[in-house]
Design a protein around this ligand. Structure first.
Ligand code: G3H
Length: 484
């Protein structure tokens, strides 16, 4: 634990972290224990909360009153320490969540770049804040001030990048933090605990671990959390928000559920559509909030699209995450293969087929990618966010069908449209961008570059991330004014 600037060793009960990477043993495929984390009880959670509350001290603490320039210096020091620990963090990321070495390295590099971009954006904010505005006889200095104590919870699929894209701007804006690491993706945060301790005043960052359901409700009910930031499910976010006794005073910065659609128009370049939809649906085994989770294809080209997609899907190489060329890796969520099997069986039971070789086979915690066609309303795969390597495809005759699907969806993150008729695409942009927060043309859905606004409509998000947007999300504009 890092609580109140102290690194505490723990001799209480722990939870073993099982790597999704399986090895063949005499008794079958087994997962390795790669570490453990403490079972946080209410006692440690309250201590961590009190440490954050005290460090903020109603806005009078060292950190919330420190100049932006000095906070930036602390953060630069922190990134330096992060770079020194790169190999260790990347290795843990790979073992803990089964992300390939290449993608784990990208996640690390992208996060460092994000921190530098955020520092640059904050320098601009600082420059703007140091200027005075004179209007109607009033001289005012317009600043950005912190909000208080932030409860920060990141996801398992990008446990470093997505966590830090909320944690870092929250820290930089002068807030103090209660940081619950993701259930899968905790160990990789250990190497940075002493860096948090050395680079920031005590109590600015405090950690808790394990199942949120055990300790987070009491934290929310305390009323001492000013900002809830969670990358996870809308169901959990809703219930946590309701637990706060003064929920009108709580700010929420949330990245939630998504069911992004790919739409392949009849004039699409099929090779390009296959390439981008494959990347979109299968990168990190489909475990990205931004993944393409359903593909609508015009019936006239469905046959050729499916044949090509299936051929490319069969070529994806399963393997150990550290082996070069590996594209399919084992899944960290132990129950996931069973859930995916249930989704595929449900579709097959209602008339769909798995049309690629080996589709849907479970080996250890690997799930061999499945292309399922034709998916229709009423099947689980039509609306549920599968978050795994299963690609449901729906044929359409009129563009109104996928548009109506998007309009009636509870999700509103992104969509990808593939076609060569630029006028037709231009006409689709407004109806689509008024439903989702990003429309990709002849390209997969994705968050990056991280400087672009990242949000969603409906149940997909609350608040906006990116660089400047995240700094805004974790602060409030304030004014210091006097008469001329
Ligand atoms: O899971 C959500 C991630 O932020 C996705 O990022 O689209 O760049 O993979 P990405």
């Amino acid at each position: 634990y890092l609580i109140n600037g102290e690194l505490r060793t723990w001799d209480g009960p722990t939870v073993d972290v099982l790597s999704p990477v399986c090895f063949q043993t005499k008794t079958g495929l087994e997962r390795n224990v790669v570490g453990s984390y403490p079972v946080t009880t209410e006692k440690e959670a309250q201590q961590a909360l009190e440490a954050a509350v005290q460090a903020y001290d109603n806005g009078r603490g060292e950190w919330p009153t420190m100049s932006i320039a000095d906070r930036i210096t602390c953060m630069q020091h922190f990134v330096g320490k992060m770079l020194e620990r790169k190999a260790q963090i990347v290795n843990l990321l790979m073992w803990e969540i089964g992300k390939t070495l290449g993608d784990s390295t990208k996640e690390f590099d992208r996060t460092v770049e994000y921190i530098y971009d955020t520092i640059d954006a904050l320098k601009d904010i600082d420059r703007a804040g140091s200027r005075f505005k004179i209007e109607q006889g009033i001289i005012g200095q317009i600043r950005r001030s912190p909000l208080g104590v932030v409860l920060c919870m990141g996801p398992f699929n990008y446990p470093l990048n997505e966590t830090y894209t909320t944690l870092i701007p929250a820290i930089l804006m002068g807030n103090t933090i209660l940081f619950k690491t993701p259930k899968h993706g905790t160990l990789l945060h250990y190497p940075m605990l002493d860096a948090f301790r050395e680079c920031f005043p005590k109590g600015v960052v405090n950690t808790i671990y394990g199942r949120g359901a055990n300790v987070v409700p009491a934290l929310m009910q305390s009323g001492k959390i000013n900002v809830l930031t969670l990358i996870g499910s809308s169901r959990v976010a809703d219930s946590l928000k309701k637990m706060h006794p003064k929920s009108n005073r709580l700010r929420a910065v949330l990245g939630l559920d998504a069911k992004n659609a790919g739409i392949i128009l009849e004039n699409a370049d099929i090779d390009l559509a296959v390439k981008e939809c494959l990347l979109g649906s299968m990168s990190f085994n489909g475990q990205r909030c931004t993944a393409i989770k359903i593909i609508w294809v015009h019936r006239s080209i469905a046959g050729s699209f499916l044949a090509k997609f299936s051929e490319e899907l069969n070529k994806l190489k399963p393997g150990m995450p550290w082996e070069s060329g590996t594209q399919v890796t084992p899944l960290p969520e132990q129950q996931k293969p069973a859930y995916l099997t249930e989704c595929v069986n449900d579709a097959v039971g209602q008339g769909a087929a798995v049309i690629n070789e080996g589709g849907g086979t479970v080996v250890g915690s690997y799930f061999s990618p499945a292309l399922v066609y034709p998916v229709a309303d009423g099947m689980k795969l039509y609306r549920e966010e599968q978050f795994g390597p299963v690609v449901p495809v729906v044929p359409f005759d009129s563009i109104e069908e996928p548009i109506d699907y998007i309009i009636t969806s509870d999700h509103g993150q992104q969509v990808s449209v593939f076609g060569t008729d630029t006028e037709q695409i231009a006409e689709l942009i407004d109806p689509l961008v008024n439903q989702v927060s990003r429309v990709n043309i002849n390209a997969q859905c994705q968050r990056g570059p991280d400087t672009f606004p990242f949000t969603g409509r409906k149940d997909s998000a609350e608040g906006t991330l990116s660089v400047e947007d995240a700094l805004r999300s974790f602060s409030i504009r304030t004014v210091v004014a006097t008469k001329d």
